[in-house]
Design a protein around this ligand. Structure first.
Ligand SMILES: [Cu+2]
Length: 125
């Protein structure tokens, strides 16, 4: 291997390491739900090839309203499930579908499509 090949190889490895760190290991801070006049902690979640944002932070004990907006027709995202809160909803394309519940225990709870391919997380503090 010539020195420039070694350099390119190391550069490539470094890039892979950064990508792995960013996507799998890096701690994403999440988006804090905003408190609205009705006393709900609300967040808008875009459903399109995934959930955006995919980490929502809320406070324990206060009612939460997650507004899912599905902007695609892919079957995969037709339903959203929050198994820990026994909630699920069908998401018609283009409509805003609120899911309301009270997070009564701290922790991290996943929400997902019915096949578990799209995933997001609710962090209760
Ligand atoms: Cu799916």
């Amino acid at each position: 291997m010539t020195p420039d090949r070694v350099f390119v190889t190391l550069g490539g490895l470094a890039a892979v390491a950064v990508i792995v760190w960013f996507f799998w290991l890096g701690k994403r801070p999440g988006v804090k739900a905003s408190l609205t006049s009705g006393g709900y902690q609300e967040a808008m979640i875009l459903v399109k090839g995934g959930y955006t944002p995919d980490v929502i932070v809320v406070e324990r004990g206060k009612p939460v309203r997650l507004n899912f907006v599905r902007a695609e027709s892919a079957l995969c995202s037709e339903m959203v499930l929050l198994p820990d809160f026994k909630k699920s909803a069908r998401l018609p394309e283009g409509e805003t579908v609120p899911i309301e519940f009270i997070p009564d225990k701290p922790g991290e709870f996943e929400f997902q499509c019915q096949m578990g391919m799209l995933r997001g997380k609710l962090v209760v503090e």
